[in-house]
Design a protein around this ligand. Structure first.
Ligand code: GLY
Length: 256
């Protein structure tokens, strides 16, 4: 039986100083953010995932968003070089946590990539070209991953922080997409569910095996998922959303 592991990290006490790109800064209730993050970890456990929860990094405001510092595949893990300089020190503890599980490869300067820009669908890897992720990193990923049979494509993204703000996988061949931020034509052969136009931030869902985590904040898009017979487990992440985080950002999930 497949054993899933999720690496998470406690919310930093300095989260109020997080990076923001497309959002205005608004007050973050630290206690609520921590409670919601515990609920997120509990939701993962309820799906049978073993959660390895790292202690907070008090001086790294964005360190709860562990997804951005590594890309996990069955064959290896790539330690990213995050696009925001303030986030680069987050890698050290994650590399220690991953070392027992995967061969580690590293993106080198001038490459930058955030894990939030990397969507893996089978052997296809889509990488958003954004303020955080550049073509040098994509070329390095192509070199690392061609021997394992992965294709790595650069995807234009507009209007949002990361590719996975705009599109995520919600079933085997189905993507949930905001077509204003990324175009369908970049994902040949896939089926699509579009977010409700009144919920532009609704495209980020977390698929673990065949189970889906989603946020209750997007009821209209939730109805669209239900119409496609997709019934996710709901977990509220409204507080970390103020730090420009979403469901996929808060874990690194892989098969043991
Ligand atoms: N606050 C999340 C990020 O900008 O990386």
């Amino acid at each position: 039986m497949t054993r899933w592991i999720a690496i998470t990290r406690a919310v930093s006490g300095s989260i109020a100083d997080c990076e923001l790109t497309f959002l205005e800064r608004t007050p973050i209730d630290l206690e609520n953010a921590r409670r919601q993050h515990h609920d997120y970890e509990a939701a993962l456990r309820s799906l049978g995932v073993e959660v390895l929860s790292l202690p907070e990094e008090p001086h790294l405001p964005d360190a709860v968003f562990v997804e951005d510092v590594a890309i996990l595949l069955d064959e290896c893990a790539i330690l990213t070089r995050p696009g925001a300089e303030s986030r680069r020190p987050e890698s050290e503890s994650i590399s220690r946590a991953l070392a027992p599980y995967r061969k580690l490869l590293r993106i080198q300067a001038p490459g930058t990539v955030d894990g939030g820009d990397v969507l893996v669908v089978g052997r296809q890897i889509f990488v958003g070209v954004t303020s955080r992720s550049n073509r040098s990193a994509i070329e390095q990923m192509q070199t690392f991953l061609a021997p394992f049979g992965y294709s790595v494509s650069a995807i234009p993204v507009r209007g949002c922080l990361h590719l996975k703000s705009a599109v995520t996988q919600v079933a085997q061949a189905t993507l949930l997409i905001n077509p204003d931020w990324v175009e369908r034509k970049n994902f040949p052969g896939m089926q699509f569910i579009e977010v409700d136009p009144s919920e532009p931030n609704a495209a980020n869902a977390l698929l673990v095996g065949e189970k889906l985590l989603y946020q209750p904040a997007y009821p209209r898009t939730l109805s669209r998922l239900a119409a496609a017979d997709i019934h996710p487990l709901l977990v509220d992440q409204s507080e970390l959303a103020k730090a420009e985080g979403a469901l996929t950002c808060c874990s690194l999930i892989f098969k043991e």
